[in-house]
Design a protein around this ligand. Structure first.
Ligand SMILES: [Cu+2]
Length: 141
């Protein structure tokens, strides 16, 4: 970790030196290049504290296989995350129907997972844009 950061800041320093040399190129006098002495690396403090609320959000998984979403209808609470697990012979996607479901838009996935966190109560209908007969509903309470 610290080694990696050191080398990246060294690369930054190198860029600064090159940039300084380029900037000084137009000037014909013999200034010594002391531009890059005082560069301090940016403090990359990553405080990824896991903030757990009073109620742990639930995770619901919908299987995407045999040309269907299963279960097709799920009910979750606001703040819950729904994961679609794609494991069919054909690729599929999850696309919300209507304005209320605009944020629901997965890429086309053959094998893999895609998640969406529902923050607002409502009824969200979706389909697979490749196979519009594949439909599902997420009800958020
Ligand atoms: Cu599909």
């Amino acid at each position: 970790m610290s080694i990696r950061r050191q080398s990246s800041s060294r690369a930054l320093l190198l860029v600064a030196v090159v940039a300084g040399a380029l900037a000084a190129g137009g000037c014909s006098s013999d200034h010594s290049n002391t531009a890059a002495t005082g560069t301090s690396a940016p403090a990359a403090t990553s405080s990824a504290a896991a903030s757990t609320g009073p109620v742990a959000p639930a995770a619901v998984t919908i299987e995407v296989k045999d040309m269907a979403f299963s279960p097709a209808d799920v009910t979750v609470k606001a703040g819950d995350t729904v994961t679609w697990k794609f494991e069919d012979k054909a690729p599929h996607a999850v696309q919300g129907i209507g304005d209320v479901a605009l944020g629901i838009n997965s890429p086309i996935i053959h094998k893999g997972e895609w998640s969406h966190t529902f923050t607002t109560a409502g009824t969200y209908r979706y389909l697979c844009p490749l196979h519009p007969d594949m439909k599902g509903t997420v009800t958020v309470q």
